[in-house]
Design a protein around this ligand. Sequence first.
Ligand SMILES: [Zn+2]
Length: 284
Amino acid sequence: MPEIVGINSMINYTERLSLLMSDIVERVPTLSFIDMKKVLVFARPGRTVAEGAYATCHCICLPPSEPGYYFWKDRETGQLTRRSEWFVTKSPTVHVGSQPVDYMISFALPRFCDQRLARTRKSVHYEGQPDWVAKLDTIVHELYHIDPERPGIRRMEKADGTYSANCHGDRFFENVVEMVNQYLESKPDPQISSFLAHDFDSLVQRFGGVGGVTFRAFPSYPQRFTEVMPVQPPPPPEADCRVEPLALPRITTAFTDDDMVIRQFFRTTSRKVADASKREPQAA
Ligand SMILES: [Zn+2]
């Protein structure tokens, strides 16, 4: 049975990641536009042995979509027989204190803690460097997804000047390697990234436990949602037919510190240990 420890003795992993990211955006010019006050780091479940992402960048500052509706067509005549109410899709709002959050970066625990350079495609870029640089690469990678020009995920330009259909494009990975090396060469305080040198077991040994901020409805987290327009526009000219109400699940669309908790992560499970707003500040 894994040992359960007090909130103030275990490492707050997401807080450490936030502090490290603040240092990175101060030292890497390409990322210097990022305001870490508007970036929330949170934890998601991810087993070390399972397939899946180590981390993900979520944009929650996109404007609402254009109004739309679903429709059903008669197979023979092609005529619209019924349609849904008009709806829009919207980003949820997340506040930390009074500060609105624009982006969230989630880390899969404990999987991320156990990421290693050896035997991955990253190893060719970081020859002779320690294993934990793989984690630094992932952190810079997620920060690089934040678009400097408009709300959203950075679009990568291709050699011909058009935008790549996927958000990684040709140069993304090389650019990340460059930024990782730029950060390391800027001689940062090694204390800030020292926690990356430990894998999950070693963190548990050293700190007694690994904790992280999650949303109360764990493992769910704020995501874009569909909303019926309160004032319905006139019917579209080609769809003057029966209108069906949209059956939407009741979900939370506005989140604050009250919706965040600290969970302690174990190898295959996790448990809530405290409300995030009540946590003691942790010394680095
Ligand atoms: Zn990516």
